[in-house]
Design a protein around this ligand. Structure first.
Ligand code: TRP
Length: 470
């Protein structure tokens, strides 16, 4: 194990920027708006926010505290805390799940990250000028099906991530986020203002904040006889819960690793509330930037994953200053993705750094290249690209990796993290570590012991049930 002292953030502010940078990502700007769009708008937003603050925020505190107490990579931090609490060494499996899961996620996150870079260029060069809906969809599919173009952008995105991680916590992560996060907020603000002026703001407010609970609890299927059947379904609610975990970067080691770079003087409770608030604010602002345009141009809000890459370019191609607005939008998406991807490369890098004597630069390069290579499989599984016919349990390679991490590893790791902190670490150790006010501690403790494990357990059971019943 390298004898050098474990790195630390230079200030609480640097930590907060980095943690918000990790949380705010493709999940907020790409996924959240389309999930809200499909989940009926306001009702989805409402349950999402409840989950973020009731379940996600206490989990943030739990993960940060484990990382800070361990002062090592997730694997060794979990092992150390378990040892100190005289618990089984098997608890380090939570750390393993995080490190391996983060590696898998970055291997496809960087593919979508690459798309954002390519779309900055497409937008800036006027490729969307007066583009029709059909042509926009064709442009996207042609791009993700191109074996050379997708690799170029994937490699470029990965190279930026490696470059930042290689320079270390203070020299790399901190420097990057102190420059990128203000840029992100500025870009987002410009876009919200533009959308507010040029788009249909009223329809957006109505859509995002006027809950339609029917859409939340019922889904419609068309029966064999052609009738639309309405039935009760918790799919959308559970999707909101899953999204709240993904958006807060929970259960994959990112937050635990960032916690390990913390010193004892930082208040974890306040930090978690701040991180969760900033993350939700960005998700909502992304909605306020996107939907006014979607409504003003009469586009479809329920387009799913294509909302950002296929639907929005149609509007950029018609609107005044569309080249500028479109380019800024995809730049925003790229910046958000980069500050998240560094937090995904960090857990494996911090573990290998402890395990070997290699320099951080070498470790970052090695892990980044490995993840990049695994990522090629994801890139090639899209559109009609070379591996698009490969199916794993009926899913494309990219979707299979997403399913494995998002639906299996994250709920399991999240549930066990809550159980560990709530039931297997002594109450006294937790009180000492968190140093919260008495009442706040009690609320947190209750949420982590009872609410989080049950909620996350329910997601898991539901997913397994869905898999079994097809
Ligand atoms: N939270 C990021 C997003 O919203 C993605 C992310 C970064 C992540 N690190 C994570 C998700 C760890 C889960 C776990 O895009």
């Amino acid at each position: 194990m390298a004898a050098t002292q474990h790195a630390h953030w230079s200030s609480r502010w640097a930590f907060l920027l980095a943690a918000v940078g990790s949380a705010v990502g493709l999940g907020n700007i790409w996924k959240f708006p389309y999930e809200a769009g499909q989940g009926g708008g306001g009702a989805f937003v409402l349950v999402y926010l409840v989950f973020v603050f009731l379940i996600g925020t206490p989990m943030l505190v739990a993960e940060l505290s484990l990382g800070r107490r361990g002062q090592m990579s997730p694997i060794n931090s979990m092992a150390k805390v378990a040892r100190e609490e005289k618990r089984s060494a098997l608890w380090s499996l939570i750390g393993w799940s995080g490190v391996v899961g983060a590696f898998i996620v970055i291997s496809f996150y960087s593919v979508v990250g690459g798309w954002t870079l390519a779309y900055v260029i497409k937008s800036a060069t006027g490729e969307f000028n007066n583009i029709t809906a059909a042509a926009s969809a064709d442009t996207f599919v042609a791009y993700i099906s191109d074996p050379v173009k997708t690799i170029v952008s994937h490699v470029a995105f990965m190279a930026i991530t490696i470059f930042i991680v290689a320079k270390g916590v203070q020299g790399g992560l901190e420097k990057a986020v102190t420059f990128l996060m203000p840029a992100l907020f500025a870009l987002l603000l410009i876009l919200v203002i533009y959308s507010g002026i040029a788009g249909d703001f009223k329809a957006t407010i109505n859509f995002l904040f006027n809950p339609d609970f029917d859409k939340l609890f019922y889904s419609e299927t068309v029966s064999a006889t052609g009738e639309t059947v309405r039935h009760f379904s918790l799919d959308t609610v559970l999707q909101a819960l899953g999204q709240s975990f993904f958006s807060l970067s929970l259960a994959l080691g990112s937050i635990m690793t960032y916690g390990s770079y913390l010193t004892r003087d930082v208040n974890l409770g306040k930090s978690a509330v701040l991180i969760a608030s900033a993350d939700s604010a960005v998700a909502l602002m992304a909605g306020l930037a996107i939907f006014p345009i979607v409504f003003a141009y009469g586009l479809d809000v329920g387009q799913g994953g294509g909302l950002v890459f296929m639907t929005l370019p149609i509007a950029f191609g018609q609107m005044p200053f569309g080249i500028v607005v479109g380019t800024l939008f995809f730049a925003l998406l790229a910046v958000a993705a980069i500050t998240s991807s560094i937090s995904l490369l960090e857990p494996p890098v911090s573990y290998i750094e402890e395990k070997t004597n290699m320099s951080r630069r070498k470790v970052a390069l090695t892990m980044g290249i490995l993840a990049g290579l695994v990522g090629v499989l994801s890139a090639y599984s899209q559109g009609t690209n070379m591996l698009s016919d490969v199916r794993i349990f009926g899913l494309s390679i990219m979707d299979a990796k997403d399913f494995l991490t998002n639906n299996i590893m994250m709920p399991l790791a999240g549930m066990f993290t809550a159980l560990f902190v709530g039931w297997f670490v002594s109450r006294k150790s937790m009180m000492d570590e968190l140093a919260l006010e008495d009442r706040t501690f009690r609320v947190w403790y209750f949420l982590v012991r009872f609410v989080s494990p049950v909620a996350v357990g329910v997601i898991f059971v539901k997913i397994i049930f869905d898999v079994i019943t097809g």
